[in-house]
Ligand binder design. Structure first.
Ligand code: T4K
Length: 416
């Protein structure tokens, strides 16, 4: 129990959490069920290439997402690449600057030109008006992300795409199980792409899926994820190996079966964080949109330095010293990452003000099975002690001020 600022680990106090609490600690379902499924895989000697567990996983994912077709893949990134290729995008593709790098990489990896676009300052998702302003004669599509599993402006983005004759793909890597205005995330645009990475709500160790109602896109993705093979000895398309294995599908099925309990736990954690953070000025939990409930998988807070007395990076340093392995997703914004800042000159300070502000102030806290009610209370207590002694904490950490750091183009705080 903390009594004094000197009890904080940054002042050599004993860290509050051992083992540390991680943001992405994997949800694990019924182990017995997993091992039974794996036994079946080994008994059948059918380990990959569209085995029965992958087929079942695809049916179940399609059902949760409310779509006709689903192709399971080796990762969410491969699923994005396949969707982009199957939808025949070309030239320029508009993407958010504020997202996990994979959204933008997938476009570039397919040989296309990602055109970064600033986001809405409140939601962190693509701003449709700014998307419209970036359309040129070379634009063929938009890849929009549902960040933190909070659905983006699907209707408005669809309007922009329709008006300009563009293909719309959604990076729903973080949004499996979320809903957009009464329907599941999955059936909008030409395709939506999920990730089933270890750190996601539902995981298949590694994995992903393309969800679509478009039969042609589904058929092309299916062929392309298996070397373009469409029949015995018949290769019809250029393809890759993006298949999900049976072992991954076993984990995915077990995880899917436990999904309601995972969602319940995440929702509970959100409420608990909301309660304990309510009394701390300067820390605001990003609220769910009541019309479009997310999966609650990520707990993201906005740190208002003026009100809390500490910059986000200072707070993160305090927490990480205590074993609270908070993350500053998605710092520093894709426009400031080497492949995009150097190639496009996109790091122009004035160009992405909302992405910069979000990348500078958001902090993702441990949630899911990594924390219980008591842990969340202890995390809030740590924040409270640090905020109450902000000048001493800041002096102890000695991090450069944000303005100063920005001027020098430095990354401040600990590595993520
Ligand atoms: N689009 C978006 C919007 C995405 O967020 C992602 C993935 C993708 C596309 C691509 O989907 P995939 O190709 O990955 O299927 C992690 C994940 O690797 C990545 O899947 C995820 N987004 C991203 C948001 O988070 P890192 O670089 O932060 O991973 P890492 O190794 O630092 O681990 C994250 C946290 O999880 C740490 O606190 C440690 C903890 N962890 C991680 C693993 C793997 C565990 O406790 N156990 C584990 O097994 O990217």
């Amino acid at each position: 129990m903390l009594g004094d600022v000197r009890d904080l680990a940054i002042f050599n106090g004993v860290p509050e959490f051992d083992p540390p609490r991680y943001v992405g600690l994997p949800n694990v379902g019924d182990r017995g069920a997993l091992f039974t499924l794996l036994d079946g895989v080994l008994d059948r000697r059918w380990l990959s290439n569209g085995g029965p567990l992958v087929q079942e996983f695809e049916r179940k994912v399609a059902s949760v997402a409310g779509v006709r077709y689903c192709v399971a893949t080796a990762s969410g990134t491969v699923a994005l690449e396949l969707a982009i290729r199957a939808a025949d995008l070309s030239g320029e593709v508009i993407v958010p600057a504020f997202t996990f790098a994979a959204t933008v990489h997938a476009v570039r990896w397919m040989g296309l030109t990602p055109v970064l676009c600033d986001v809405d300052p409140e939601t962190g998702n693509l701003d449709p008006a700014q998307v419209a302003a970036r359309v040129t004669a070379r634009t063929s599509g938009i890849v929009a992300a549902h960040l933190w599993g909070r659905p983006c402006a699907v209707t408005e983005l669809t309007d922009v795409a329709d008006r300009h004759g563009l293909t719309l793909i959604f990076d729903a890597a973080q949004a499996f199980g979320a809903r957009y205005r009464g329907r599941p995330v999955g059936g909008s645009g030409v395709a939506e792409v999920f990730s089933f990475h270890a750190t996601k709500l539902v995981n298949a160790f590694e994995g992903g899926a393309v969800a679509t109602d478009d039969r042609g896109v589904a058929a092309r993705v299916r062929a392309m994820h298996n070397f373009g093979i469409v029949g015995d000895d018949e290769v019809a398309l250029t393809g890759t190996n993006g298949k999900m294995s049976e072992a991954a599908a076993a984990m995915g099925l077990v995880s899917l079966a436990a999904m309601p309990s995972f969602v319940e736990r995440e929702r509970h954690n959100h409420l608990r964080y909301r309660q304990v953070l309510a009394g701390l000025p300067g820390l605001t939990l990003l609220p769910p949109d009541p019309d479009s409930p997310p999966s609650y998988h990520y707990v993201v807070v906005r740190v208002d330095r003026d009100r809390l007395g500490l910059h986000r990076d200072e707070l993160m340093a305090v927490l990480r010293a205590e074993g609270v392995m908070a993350r500053r997703y998605f710092y520093p914004g894709c426009h400031r990452m080497a492949p995009y800042s150097t190639d496009t000159g996109a790091a122009d300070d004035a160009a992405f003000p909302h992405t910069d502000a979000l990348a500078d102030s958001l902090l993702t806290l441990p949630s899911g099975m990594a924390v219980d009610d008591r842990d969340i209370g202890r995390i809030a207590e740590l924040v409270g002690v640090a905020a109450a002694h902000a000048p001493a904490v800041a002096a102890r950490l000695g991090l450069p001020g944000q303005d100063e750091a920005a001027e020098r183009g430095q990354v401040i705080g600990r590595g993520t």
